[in-house]
Design a protein around this ligand. Structure first.
Ligand code: SAM
Length: 278
C-alpha cells in the first residue's frame, strides 16, 4: 500500500462488484481487488475522497448519475485496435457487400458497432467500405457506434490516436485515411474528416436498450460479451437479434461464443451469425 492511498476493504469491494454488475452487466471478480482498486484510485484522488466508503456513498447519492458514469469509465476495459480480427472485414467485403450494395436494392446500408470503445472498430468499418464501394453506394451507408464509456467515446469522436496505435494499419490505408498531427497534435494521427463524419457516436448501455427504433444490416458486438455472465449475454443477444434486419449479420469476437444462448440466428462462419431472411 502506498502511504495515504485508500484501501479497498471487503465490504466496499463487494458493493462495487454488485453495482457494476447491476448497471453495466460487467462481472468483476472479487479476486481482482488490486486491479479494481488501481483503476478507481485516480477517481478518488480527483474527487478528493479519503476512502472507498465515502466514494461509494457519493456514487449512490449522486442523482445526476455522473459519478456512476465515471465509475464505469474507470472500470471498463477499452482495449481495441484498428482492423482487429480482420476476418470480419474480409467477410464484410466479400460476402456482405455484394448483397447490400446491389444497385437493385437501393435502401440504406446500416451498420452498428455496439461496443465501439475508442472508435478503432467503426473507423475500420468505414475505411473498409470506402475502399470497396463507389461514392454513390457510400452515400447510402450509415454507421452507428456506441459504448457505455464516455471517456472512450470522447477519444473516438476526436479521431486522434498516438502514432503507436496506428502502426499496424497498412501503409496505403494510413496515407489515405489519416493525417499526421502537427503543432499541438505532434505525435498523433487523426482520422480524416470524411471517415469521421460517416460515424454517429452515441452513449448506449447494452443493458438499457429496449428498441433503438431502427434495425441494422450488420452488427459488430465484439469483445464485450466476454465480460458478461450467461444471463446478461442472453439478454444482450436477444436485444441484438431484435435489431437485425432479415438477412442481417452479427459479428461477435472469435474469443466469444453463443453456446448455451437461445437465439434464432444461423451460424455462417466462425464468430459470424445471420438472421434468416424472411
Ligand atoms: C474490449 S472493448 C471492445 C472494443 C471493440 N468492440 C473491439 O472488439 O475491439 C469493450 C467495450 O465494451 C464497453 N462496454 C462494457 N459494458 C458495456 C455495456 N453494458 N454497454 C455498452 N458498452 C459496454 C466498454 O466500455 C469497452 O469500450
Amino acid at each position: 500500500m502506498i502511504e495515504g492511498t485508500p484501501v479497498l476493504h471487503d465490504r466496499e469491494l463487494a458493493a462495487i462488484v454488485q453495482l457494476v454488475y447491476q448497471k453495466s452487466g460487467i462481472t468483476l471478480h472479487e479476486g481482482k481487488r488490486a486491479l479494481i482498486s488501481a483503476r478507481l484510485q485516480k477517481r478518488l484522488r480527483e474527487g478528493g475522497f479519503k476512502s472507498f466508503k465515502a466514494y461509494l456513498a457519493t456514487v449512490e447519492q449522486d442523482e445526476s448519475g455522473q459519478e456512476l458514469v465515471s465509475l464505469l469509465d474507470a472500470i471498463a476495459t477499452n482495449h481495441t485496435s484498428f482492423f482487429r480480427e480482420p476476418q470480419h472485414f474480409t467477410c464484410l467485403v466479400e460476402r456482405l457487400l455484394p448483397r447490400l450494395a446491389n444497385a437493385s436494392r437501393p435502401r440504406d446500408i446500416r451498420i452498428w458497432s455496439a461496443a465501439c470503445s475508442s472508435g478503432e472498430e467503426p473507423f475500420s468499418i468505414v475505411m473498409t467500405l470506402m475502399d470497396a464501394l463507389p461514392l454513390q453506394a457510400m452515400a447510402r451507408v450509415r454507421v452507428l457506434a456506441s459504448d457505455i464509456s464516455t471517456k472512450a467515446l470522447a477519444r473516438a469522436t476526436s479521431g486522434l490516436y498516438p502514432m503507436e496505435r496506428v502502426q499496424s494499419v497498412p501503409l496505403a490505408t494510413l496515407k489515405r485515411y489519416f493525417k499526421r498531427g502537427l503543432g499541438a497534435l505532434e505525435g498523433l494521427a487523426q482520422v480524416a474528416p470524411g471517415v469521421r463524419s460517416a460515424v454517429e457516436f452515441r452513449r448506449l448501455n447494452l443493458l438499457e436498450i429496449d428498441h433503438l427504433g431502427e434495425t441494422f444490416d450488420v452488427i459488430f458486438c465484439r469483445n464485450v460479451m466476454i465480460y458478461f455472465d450467461k444471463a446478461v449475454q442472453q439478454r444482450v443477444v436477444t436485444m441484438l437479434e431484435r435489431h437485425l434486419r432479415p438477412g442481417g449479420t452479427l459479428f461477435i469476437s472469435h474469443s466469444e461464443s453463443l453456446n448455451g444462448i437461445r437465439h434464432g440466428l444461423r451460424w455462417v462462419a466462425p464468430a459470424t451469425y445471420e438472421r434468416v431472411a424472411s
